[in-house]
Write a protein that binds this ligand. Structure first.
Ligand code: AMP
Ligand code: ZN
Length: 467
């Protein structure tokens, strides 16, 4: 099999992937902040991460995938200013912050399922890991990386020599970006909060009525957002810190700070590979964001309009994860037509499977192993389906590819045995020229929710009516 190469944001180049342990991969993906529904942009990133995970598995690796749920500490401002997003939603919806977290976590899990995104091996919530986060701050304090201000404990970024190694931006530029939100007590514009005190808010937000707060050696408060991902990845992926992912908006602040605090606390390299997905934009290149009015959810934009969620997955597959993707109704119509066409092509292969074709498998692997080139892999799928291989060989091969694509192709051929039996009886009736019986059997098949289509050589395909 060809080597798997992945584009590493750390080196800004494609690298041959080598895990720390032979056949095991530790994968950490930053999860949702559960104060609202995930939007299609967020979901694009989770589809990309799912493809990565499936490609790793296809290459024979056992993947331990950890995803966090941010249920505390993510403030409305990037640089430790503003209000906790969970507490703000709780007030807006007149619920407790805990209820908000639970409600949107469940909604998020439903979205993942609808998009055929495989669940992580470990789900972990920030609020369940307060002691781990406090311990990390203590380790940093002991090594002299922290200082106190009136509103919290801060990380001193000037103590880290390679603070910009992920962003590759001159420090002055990072500081410029950070300075937008002023905090006069910070020593450096890029410094960030590890622990924020309850009831103290430099920008007069309503931090004093917090529902989520804990005791700590520094005072009652809550952890800074970046801290949870460090604490939980170090806990669950000890000894296999291979790949860490997120959207590109996380490079300059969130992931940069995760690296700074983790490496300062442990003295060891934090993850080896950092992969970032490009944005889903809307109307003229504007990023889809929860803070903007342009945010579309899977429920409202897709499911409520009778579009299959997997059409959105297909649309994501058709654009390389490092290229911006533009959302539009035309784009979705195009993806819907392509997916329907694929479903028909696969259904028309009948139900018999033979061997996986080695040549096409190799072509497919070359694409997916070239930094997840799924658009090219979809082209190989078409090349396969239009080739002169036998239908049974095509079927075996395309179903094998679907372990990576995740487009639900197996559903097309997993027809209940009783329906297959009816179809076989109908075939016999047709051979016997008993047309009345053949029609009667078609009626039974349709009543069971399947459409039967005749193929050459007395063969047939069966398609579930809702497919
Ligand atoms: P959040 O819930 O805001 O923490 O974001 C969850 C994930 O979605 C993160 O990995 C973000 O980088 C990613 N993300 C946010 N906006 C977009 C977008 N418009 N397109 C793609 N990914 C996004
Ligand atoms: Zn994170």
């Amino acid at each position: 099999m060809s080597d798997l190469s992945l584009y590493n944001t750390l080196s800004r180049s494609k690298e041959i992937f080598k895990p720390i342990n032979d056949d095991q991969v530790g994968l950490y993906t930053c999860g949702p902040t559960v104060y609202n529904y995930a939007h299609l942009g967020n979901l694009r990133t989770y589809v990309f991460e799912d493809l990565l995970k499936r490609v790793l598995a296809y290459n024979g690796y056992k993947v331990k995938h950890v995803m966090n749920i941010t249920d505390v500490g993510h403030l409305t401002g990037d640089m430790d200013m503003g209000e906790d997003k969970l507490e703000l939603s709780a007030r807006r919806e007149a619920k407790s912050a805990w209820e908000i977290a639970e409600f949107y976590t469940e909604a998020f899990k439903r979205d993942l399922m609808a998009l055929n995104i495989t669940e992580p091996s470990v789900w972990c919530k920030a609020t369940d890991h307060i002691s781990e986060q406090v311990a990390l701050i203590s380790a940093l304090e002991e090594k002299g990386f922290t200082y106190l201000t009136s509103d919290g404990v801060y990380f001193d970024t000037s103590k880290v020599t390679d603070y910009n190694k992920l962003s590759h931006l001159p420090l002055a530029e990072l500081k410029e970006g950070a300075r937008v939100e002023k905090n006069a007590e910070k020593k450096n514009a890029t410094d960030f909060a590890l622990w924020k005190f309850s009831g103290v808010s430099l920008d007069k937000s309503e931090n004093s009525q917090r529902q989520m707060e804990w005791d700590s050696p520094w005072g009652v408060g809550f952890p800074g957002w970046h801290l949870e991902c460090s604490a939980m990845s170090l806990k669950y992926l000890t000894g296999s810190l291979d790949i860490h992912c997120g959207g590109i908006d996380h490079i300059n602040i969130h992931h940069t700070n995760e690296i700074a605090q983790s490496e300062s606390a442990t003295g060891l390299k934090f993850f080896n590979y950092w992969l970032h997905g490009a944005f889903l934009n809307i109307a003229g290149g504007k990023k889809m964001a929860k803070s903007e009015d342009n945010f579309l959810t899977l429920d409202k934009a897709i499911i409520a309009r009778n579009i299959k969620p997997l059409v959105y997955r297909y649309a994501c597959l058709a654009v390389h994860y490092r290229k911006p993707m533009e959302y539009s109704e035309e784009m979705m119509t195009g993806a819907s037509n392509s997916l329907e066409h694929l479903y028909h092509q696969v259904s028309d292969l009948g139900l018999d499977k033979s061997e996986i074709n080695a040549l096409f498998r190799e072509k497919f692997v070359v694409c997916i192993n070239d930094d997840l080139n799924l658009p090219q892999a979809l082209a190989i799928v078409q090349e396969l389906l239009k080739s002169d291989l036998s239908p049974s060989e095509k079927l075996a091969t395309v179903l094998d590819f679907d372990q990576v694509l995740g487009l639900g192709l197996d559903q097309l051929v997993n027809v209940p045995q009783e329906v297959v039996d009816l179809a076989n009886s109908r075939r016999q009736a047709k051979i016997d020229k008993d047309w009345a019986r053949a029609d009667e059997l078609r009626g039974y098949i349709e009543a069971k929710g399947y459409q039967i289509k005749d193929l050459p050589s007395d063969n047939f395909s069966l398609i579930a009516k809702d497919k």
